[in-house]
Every structure is written in structure tokens, then in C-alpha cells.
Design a protein around this ligand. Sequence first.
Ligand code: NI
Length: 259
Amino acid sequence: MENMYQNIFDTHAHYDDEAFMEDQDTVLSGLKDKGVTGVVTCGVDLLSSANVLKLTKKYDILYGALGYHPEKADEERKGDLELIGELLESEEKAVAVGEIGLDYYYEDGAPKETQIDLFQRQIALGNDLDIPVIVHDREAHEDTMKILKDMKPKGVVHCFSGSYEMAKEIIKLGMYIGVGGVVTFKNARKTVEVVEQMPLEFLVLETDAPYLAPTPFRGKRNDSSYIAYVAERIAEIRGMDPQEILNITAENAKRLYNL
Ligand code: NI
């Protein structure tokens, strides 16, 4: 089915993840034939950000986001963010600070204060460089919104899991809403509501590959071509043509990442 569509832009993936280690080249070199025209692959720490950069040099459709994920907040070493800042400034295909944010889901995760401090310093980096940030918010809506309203970065809230009310506040800040496989799940009532009502010019599509594969591949390894299924579901919700959804969201993605 994937071959039916073109202009697929995946605004959030993790192609340096070990889930792709065995066949990374096969997957990445095959994406173009499946209609994928752009992918932003995100780092989760310094090493991963360096690996992301290597991938962007090898595959023309790949762009990179460099940053520290909240799950890795405890592992940040002195000087890491300075180095990430230098790479963001000097590397042409490094287009955003990400993946950054807050994750209060894990009881044994980094302390909230550590996560908040790292999140704020990375937003400041994006603001300094005048580039977007890619925000992860898991069970941390209140603190995330407070920080975004306070620091006003450009960027996207990825794998958006909030209410339509929260989506409106994010859009008011000029930020984009990232939607992926979750919208195809049976229990996706809240995400469906957001997608149904939000202005389409602030919607971008994503995989979070290797995670969150859409139905009918739920639980399997995700890749950017499966965004076709996300577009089909959104088209169904909005009463539009899937290709039209892909075209609009690809344009939004390019605007978001200044491409
Ligand atoms: Ni991610």
C-alpha cells in the first residue's frame, strides 16, 4: 500500500536505534521508493546525536536533530551541550534541538529538577541559534506548558498526547503538533479529537520509529513508510484524501524545520 503515496515527511524517528542495526542500510535506502521524501532522525544523547549526523551525511532524505532526551538526563556530562551547540551551528543538515523534554512516566527516571533544568538549557540553545526544538512530553503536561509559555521556542510537541485545549495553547505559541501511529489505535479518542478539530497548517506527521507502529503493525518495528497508514486514518477523520494530508503536512514539516 505504501507505494500508492508520495511526499511522506517523517518529522520524528530514531534510525540510530539498535532495532535498525542489522538492516539499517536496507531500510533507509528503501524509503525513497516507498514515497518518503524527508525524515528528521533524533538524537537522545551526545553519542546518539553524533550517530544521527553520520546518517544524515549518508542519506540525502535524512536530516538530524541533536539533543538530550529526558530519559538520559542523568547521563549528561559537562561540556556535552556546548558540543551539541557547536555541531548544530556548523552542520548543515542538523536542523533542530531534539529530542528534549520531560518524562514523568518512569518512577526511576531522572529527578524532575534535573529534567527541567536540562530542558530549559536546551530550549535556550535553540532560541540562541534561532532553530526549532522537538519536545517530548510524557505525563508532564503542566510543567511542559509552563516552560514553553515562558521560553517561547519555535518547534513541535511530538507524539502529542494532550487535550484539544492544550493543542490550542501550543498552536497559539506558534508551535506544531506531531501525530503518529497512536491516532490509528482503538483507544485514541483524545488524539482523534485533536486531529479532528485543529487547524491543519499546524499538523505534522511522525513515526517515532522504531516505536509506535500504526495499526495494522502495532507492536512491530515502525519505519517512515508506515506514515501512509497514519495519513489514511487522519484523512478518514477529516473527510479528505490521504495524499492531500501528506502534501499539507510535508509542507508544514519543511516550514517547521526551515528546509
Ligand atoms: Ni522519540
